[in-house]
Design a protein around this ligand. Structure first.
Ligand code: SF4
Ligand code: SF4
Length: 203
């Protein structure tokens, strides 16, 4: 069988599903209530674990835990496993699961809530590109008012796969020569006002 073009696709022999053992003592009894209080999590306890969300999810085969498992684990209080999973960062926000869920659970919104909780708790997978991109994007927009793709990609590679920057150099050079990227950063005026506003929102 031909190898899948995506390097970490299960058909290429890469195990995407977690086989970690979860222990009773790892449970945090307050976590389920915390999730249930966040927007999207209100119906957490109405999940019937039917697996429809996993069945319709276009990226579930790349996830370490399926959407059904994430909901089950959140309900059982496995804070660390849920918040450090790749699943919440791989969610493509396609809303297929929410459209088909027989319990009316807004799974996509729940994934967003879990991402926010993971960043706040510093529990996201640190060398996984999506949360790193989200963090760098926020930092850049907060300080400059705009994002600059070249710098965003540089930080993404430096913090996750530094050696891959070498592979990306020819593409970067072509984009530079074509005038699509440059060394400067884009910024707005009155950045101090923006910073004050963000600081107030973060309090
Ligand atoms: S489809 Fe809905 S009820 Fe079924 S497992 Fe997923 S979240 Fe739970
Ligand atoms: S919204 Fe996320 S979890 Fe739901 S089906 Fe789409 S990718 Fe999967």
């Amino acid at each position: 069988m031909a190898a899948n073009l995506l390097p970490d696709h299960p058909s290429n022999g890469v195990k995407s599903r977690s086989t970690k053992t979860r222990r009773e003592e790892d449970r945090d009894p307050g976590f389920a209530q915390e999730v249930a209080r966040t927007p999207g999590g209100e119906k957490l306890f109405e999940c019937i674990q039917c697996g429809t969300c996993t069945g319709v999810c276009p990226v579930s085969e790349y996830m370490d835990y399926t959407p059904r498992q994430i909901i089950g684990m959140a309900r059982q209080g496995f804070r660390r496993e849920v918040l450090s999973s790749r699943t919440i960062w791989l969610c493509a926000s396609c809303y297929a699961c929410a459209a088909y869920c027989p319990a009316g659970i807004k799974i996509t919104d729940l994934m967003y809530a879990l991402k926010r909780m993971a960043i706040a708790a510093g529990l996201f997978p640190t060398r996984f590109p999506t949360p790193v991109l989200a963090q760098e994007f926020y930092k850049m927009v907060k300080s400059k008012g705009r994002s600059t793709e070249s710098w965003l990609m540089m930080w993404r590679f430096l913090r996750t796969q530094p050696l891959d920057m070498v592979k990306m150099t020819p593409l970067g050079m072509r984009l530079f020569l074509a005038g699509r990227i440059g060394p400067g950063t884009e910024k707005i005026e009155r950045r101090a006002d923006l910073k004050n506003l963000s600081d107030r929102l973060e309090r």
